[in-house]
Design a protein around this ligand. Structure first.
Ligand code: PHB
Length: 389
């Protein structure tokens, strides 16, 4: 039989193309958009390390498909950089899932791209309720400000607070926090005597502390993006004598595990409302924290870690159910339930946000001398109270 050179060439081309298709079909790319540089670089670090933990525990293949994470740095809250990163990931890299999103503006910026690309985006942190209304392709594995501020507003009113000042960063999650706290606190008999909105870039909090003192309030409720801002605010609360004057502190992310050690003993006694503490008492959390310390010695798990860890779990479950089919993946995600290092969680089929326990915590010194957020009240199965406020 005579085989022409053309036929050999053609069959090689077919085989090569088949092999390439097979390799592509078996690799699903996940683009992670976050802050890996600048003053807020801790967000990207925490996300990435938690992904390492998840992959170390569960492998890098789902139903025969290899999972590849591609990281993109956007340098902080930066909508334009986030949109450009998403475009590059979708068009050039062909990612089937997007994830990350530490700051609200970075998530909002990609909303119009998701529908067009039919690609799900799992939010590991950004906490403004309205984000999930901006695209049916958003899912959220973190928390919302409504979800944590409403419970602490009610708890504060029922535990002796009468007059509170709210002090929030002046952007959308801050406004959500102010609204949620105020409505719950006032419904339960308290009065918000002043609402302070602070510029996001502020680092000098002394003038705000003076206003809180002058207001005659017995407490302050705060929201600022966790990191340098919360650190400076909490320090100013102590250094300007508010703690000494007996003005109670009702916070959110101020005492997260990555800043608590730097705050030192001045953090002891601070009350916060949140969905994760690294000393949450469960076997799953202990194994999560232990694996993180094994892979990244010196790191502490915080809300960013658990948001990423559960977010990757959600992505793995979607890939198992739907491969790279975005619409099918979103349908599969709705109603999923699992045990997280934070406690039981479920994806609300309507809001596509995580229903979870919210904990009221107090900073204490552990037996080993480490400062920790000790959970002492559990409000079970709280949905995103801001999706339909
Ligand atoms: C947000 O921008 O939604 C955000 C950022 C930092 C936080 C919480 C929320 O700690």
């Amino acid at each position: 039989m005579k085989i022409s050179r053309w036929a050999i060439g053609a069959s090689i081309a077919v085989v090569t193309s088949f092999l390439c298709t097979a390799v592509n079909a078996e690799t699903i790319k996940v683009g992670v958009i976050a802050t890996f540089s600048g003053p807020n670089a801790i967000w990207g670090k925490q996300f990435r390390e938690a992904i390492d933990v998840y992959v170390a525990q569960h492998g890098d293949e789902v139903a025969g498909q290899k999972i590849q994470f591609i990281y993109k740095d956007v340098g902080g809250p930066n909508a334009d950089a986030s949109k450009a990163a998403a475009q590059e990931l979708l068009v050039r890299e062909g990612v089937k899932y997007l994830a990350g999103f530490d700051f609200t503006p970075n998530a909002v910026a990609v909303a119009p791209l998701l529908k067009q690309a039919k690609v799900p985006a799992v939010i590991f942190n950004a906490g403004t309720s309205s984000i999930n209304k901006q695209s049916d392709y958003f899912l959220r594995s973190s928390f919302t400000l409504w979800q944590i501020a409403q419970p602490v507003g009610e708890w504060a009113a029922k535990n002796g607070a009468k007059k509170v000042v709210t002090a929030v960063s002046d952007y959308s999650p801050g406004i959500d926090a102010e609204t949620a706290f105020t409505s719950a606190f006032e419904k339960n008999g308290g009065t918000v005597v002043e609402k302070i909105r602070m510029p996001v870039q502020t680092t000098d909090f002394a003038p705000f502390m003076q206003r809180i003192k002058n207001s005659g309030a017995d407490g302050v409720f705060a929201f600022l993006p966790a990191g340098p801002a919360t650190f400076a605010f909490t320090k100013a609360y102590n250094e300007n004598g508010l703690k000494a004057a007996g003005i109670s502190f009702y916070g959110t992310g101020e005492t997260d595990e990555t800043t608590i050690d730097a705050l030192g003993d001045q953090a002891i006694g601070l009350i916060t409302s949140y969905h994760y503490s690294d000393v949450h008492d469960s076997a799953l959390n202990k194994s999560f924290v232990a694996k993180l310390q094994e892979l990244h010695p010196g790191s502490r798990a915080n809300m960013a870690s658990v948001g990423a860890y559960d977010g990757v779990n959600l992505i793995y479950k979607m890939i198992a159910a739907a491969g790279g089919d975005g619409q099918k993946a979103i349908n599969a995600a709705k109603g999923l339930e699992w045990e997280s290092p934070r406690g039981p969680v479920k994806i609300d089929p309507e809001s596509r946000h995580v229903i979870q326990n919210v904990y009221i915590r107090r900073v204490e010194k552990n037996a080993d001398g480490k400062l920790v957020n000790r959970e002492f009240v559990t409000i079970p199965n709280v949905p995103d109270l801001g999706f339909n406020p």
